[in-house]
Every structure is written in C-alpha cells, then in structure tokens.
Design a protein around this ligand. Structure first.
Ligand SMILES: C[S@@+](CC[C@H](N)C(=O)[O-])C[C@H]1O[C@@H](n2cnc3c(N)ncnc32)[C@H](O)[C@@H]1O
Length: 211
C-alpha cells in the first residue's frame, strides 16, 4: 500500500491508459482469468460510476454488444452506444426500466459500495445489503449459463450471499484482486454459469427496445 504522498501504481496506470478509475484493474484481472466478457454480449454494471468498468466492458463487448450501467451518480465518461446509463438508487429503481433496455443479460457485475462510516459492522451490513440486491437483480435478469461478479465487504454474514451463489451457479469463488487495497475489507464473489433461467425473463415482442 503506498504511503501518503507516494504514487499509487494502479492510479498512475489508470491515468496513463485513459481509465477514469483504478478499479478497472480488478475487473480486468478477473476477466482475464475467467473469460467473463465476450464480444457481442449484454452486460449489466451495477454501481458503474465514474465509469472505468464501463470503459473496459465496452471495449470487450464491441459495437455488437450492449452495456447498461446503473448508479446513483452519473458517470464521468461519455455514454454512447454500446453504453446506456440508468440513473437511480438500486433499492428504488423499477426493474422494468432495465427490462425496457434489455430483458436478459449474459453477465451481471456489481461494484456497488456504500459510503463508509468507519464503523466496520455498519459498513459490512450496508455492503451486504447492496450485494444481496445485486444478486436479486441477477436472479431476475441473468441468463442461464451467465456469470455474476459482486463486491462485498467481508464479514460474518458474507456466507449468506456465498451460500446463495453456491446454490445457483456451477462454480462460486471468493476473489481478492491484486488491485484491491490489502487494507480494504472488500472481496468479490464470482458465480460462474448460472443454473436455471432468469426469474423475470419475458421474451421481447420485437427485439430489444433501446432508449
Ligand atoms: C466503487 S464505485 C464503482 C466504481 C466503478 N466500478 C468504476 O469502475 O468506475 C461504487 C459506486 O456505487 C454507487 N452506489 C453506491 N450505492 C448505490 C445505490 N444504493 N444505488 C446506486 N448506486 C450506488 C456509488 O455511487 C459509486 O459510484
């Protein structure tokens, strides 16, 4: 971990490579190892701002893909196809808003993180609530065989989420990417190859309705 005033390797690298946040390298590491994102796919990115994951995902899916970012704050990047942005709090957003853009996704990612209070238990609980919400969205929108990656601040109740993923995916792994600060309690849970069709899936009447 860099000392105060010392340059952070991932921050400097992000700046040099044109990414708006250092977090991109966490997703890149997982994607390079597990091959989550492929050209032409539909990806949902929860907690997408300022937008480094969006930048990376857009380059991976290419012009034939579709990427929907959701956040309470707007991204700091230009949102042009294949990117779409839905502004709002995940707890109060109507899933229909997302379904109107795409009724089904190949990959659901969540980098949602609460504003930290410094009180470990409170922060863990809030992070777990966001991660469980992300899982609920994935349950409704992720296709059979699709992949799910979710951030959570590790704590005694993380096992609740891990158990749900173990039940619903062929493989579930906890991951601490190199770009994640060692002092941070964050880990990512990866669910590979979802079992079963999405709970909320309805076939579109005439293809996706893009905004
Ligand atoms: C760590 S940042 C995500 C960074 C992003 N992956 C990137 O690469 O730029 C976490 C994001 O979660 C968003 N967030 C936290 N709680 C939220 C909520 N309840 N609803 C929507 N967005 C939320 C924050 O606004 C913040 O932009």
């Amino acid at each position: 971990m860099p000392r105060p005033g010392e340059p952070d390797y991932y921050r400097s690298r992000a700046r040099a490579e044109g990414y708006v946040a250092r977090s991109v390298y966490k997703l890149k590491e997982v994607d390079e190892k597990y091959h989550l994102i492929k050209p032409g796919q539909r990806v949902l990115d929860l907690g997408c701002s300022p937008g480094s994951w969006l930048q990376y995902i857009a380059s991976r899916v290419g012009p034939g893909g579709l990427v929907v970012g959701v956040d309470a704050n707007p991204p700091a990047i230009e949102v042009v196809p294949p990117l779409y942005f839905v502004h709002g709090e995940v707890a109060s957003l109507d899933l229909e808003t997302i379904i109107a853009i795409s009724p089904i996704f190949d990959v659901v990612l969540s980098d949602l993180a609460p504003k930290t209070t410094g009180m470990r238990q409170v922060d863990q609980q809030r992070s777990l609530e966001l991660a469980l919400l992300a899982w609920e969205w994935a349950r409704q929108l992720l296709r059979e065989g699709g992949h799910f990656l979710v951030k959570v601040f590790e704590g005694p109740d993380t096992s609740t989420l891990a158990a749900a993923l173990k039940k619903n995916f062929s493989l579930c792994r906890p991951i601490k990417p190199a770009g994640s600060r060692p002092a941070s309690r964050e880990i990512y849970l990866l669910g590979l190859k979802k079992r079963g069709a999405p709970a909320g899936f309805r076939a579109p009447k005439s293809g996706p309705r893009l905004p």
